[in-house]
Design a protein around this ligand. Structure first.
Ligand code: ZN
Length: 409
């Protein structure tokens, strides 16, 4: 019996959003893949450990690097069953437990999508990732052998630790994943403006995908629009007012002609295109499965919906919504996993020295095509085209590699 339970993983309590976010003030019970009893006090395991400095330390900056050797707060202790979900949320040790559990959760998700274990990019020098939950700093960073977190400050001057913000943690893990999976450009080679922007964009998408693995978030996002996610894309202001920061970021309307060279700004059209494709694939599947009675795909274009059609959509989704909620949730999970898998499996197709949004976008299309989802690849290409990342959709013919077209832009 004990072995069966151990195989279920280890329990943690995680906030899907910063706990000050409306509707997200309670943590959700999450299982990480480590067998129960295998996570040591810290928490710590074979690939990472949390360490909480007793006194604040300066942020790491080369050549000042892990391991941290100063005095520390007592480590988070597992309960008698090996789980960490018994620690009160206001206990100092909860910070370390939340950080460790969040990082482990994000790794579980992306290793599942990639289909293999992801070694740390610094594995040749350091064995484990150091997790620092809280220092006196208004920022967070992912670096060589560490993730460390400071705090946010509200308009009223109240401080909130970033290590309780899954959004920020998942974003930083996203950077670490890309360092492992794509690496760095060769020394002396300027990778161009898209490399760092791609890093920021994909890190935001890691955060979005992580959010969409929480029941709380799936339920709230779906119920808010009665399952009609078209209200969350660039068509209106809805996304910009969403409670979830990830949704506000990806639900943007920016095209490449609207952005400059600053990495976060430049990343928006790509993340927006990815989110549009996710939403469109969700809607196509909803219609294909007959869950909602809507016009056929031929007249559904997420970027060209007039008020009448928008009302038709809203009415169709909201009619008997409660009878459809779980069916819609299953479709959203499918669309999420399709796009997450395509993104993760596009990484080996990219060369760190030559990352552009065109190549990155077509690499996702390539993977979707290889997965037998040419329909989704066409949707993604159309979304990339609307954002001005690729020239026009429809140039790729079934069976051809989308990625090869990258050469002409
Ligand atoms: Zn970043």
């Amino acid at each position: 019996m004990a072995a069966v339970l151990a195989g279920s993983g280890t329990r943690f309590l995680l906030y899907p959003q910063a706990p000050v976010t409306p509707g997200y003030d309670r943590p959700e019970l999450v299982w990480i893949s480590n067998p129960a009893g295998s996570v040591a006090p810290g928490p710590a395991d074979h690939r990472m450990y949390a360490v909480d400095p007793l006194h604040s330390k300066p942020p790491y900056e080369y050549p000042y690097l892990p391991p941290y050797r100063g005095p520390v707060h007592p480590p988070a202790q597992p309960g008698p069953d090996g789980n960490f979900d018994h620690i009160p949320v206001h206990d100092r040790a909860f910070l370390s437990a939340h950080l460790f559990g969040s990082v482990a959760r994000v790794l579980d998700i992306w290793e599942g999508y990639v289909g293999h274990h992801i070694p740390w990019h610094f594995a040749g020098s350091l064995q484990r990732l150091e997790l620092i939950p809280l220092i006196e700093w208004d920022n967070a960073q992912s670096g060589f052998g560490y993730l460390e977190f400071g705090h946010d400050t509200s308009a009223a001057g109240v401080r909130y630790p970033y290590c309780l913000n899954f959004d920020v943690i998942a974003h930083e893990v996203g950077h670490a994943l890309l360092f492992s999976e794509i690496g760095l450009p060769p020394a002396g080679r300027n990778p161009g403006p898209d490399f760092t922007a791609y890093h920021e964009g994909v890190s935001d998408l890691c955060s979005l995908m992580g959010l969409l693995h929480f029941d709380t978030a799936m339920d709230r996002i779906l119920r808010r629009g009665s399952g009609n996610l078209l209200v969350m894309n660039e068509m209106n202001q809805f996304a910009e007012q969403a409670d979830e920061r990830q949704v506000r970021i990806v639900g943007n309307s920016r095209r490449m002609s609207d952005v400059g060279l600053e990495a976060h700004d430049r990343s928006r059209p790509f993340t927006g295109a990815f989110f549009d494709a996710l939403v469109e694939i969700y809607h196509d599947t909803v219609v294909a499965r007959g869950i909602v009675d809507l016009p056929p795909r031929s007249i559904i274009d997420a970027r060209d919906i007039d008020d009448d059609l928008a009302r038709t959509f809203a009415d169709a989704f909201s009619r008997n919504y409660e009878l459809k909620h779980f069916a819609l949730k299953a479709v959203l999970a499918d669309a999420r996993d399709l796009m997450g898998t395509a993104l993760a499996r596009s990484w080996p197709l990219l060369d760190a020295g030559e990352v552009t949004f065109v190549r990155a976008g077509y690499a996702i299309c390539d993977v979707l095509q290889e997965m037998g989802r040419g329909d989704a690849a066409e949707t993604m290409e159309a979304c990339l085209a609307w954002r001005g990342i690729v020239r026009s959709p429809g140039n790729a013919r079934p069976g051809t590699a989308w990625g090869r077209q990258a050469a002409w832009i």
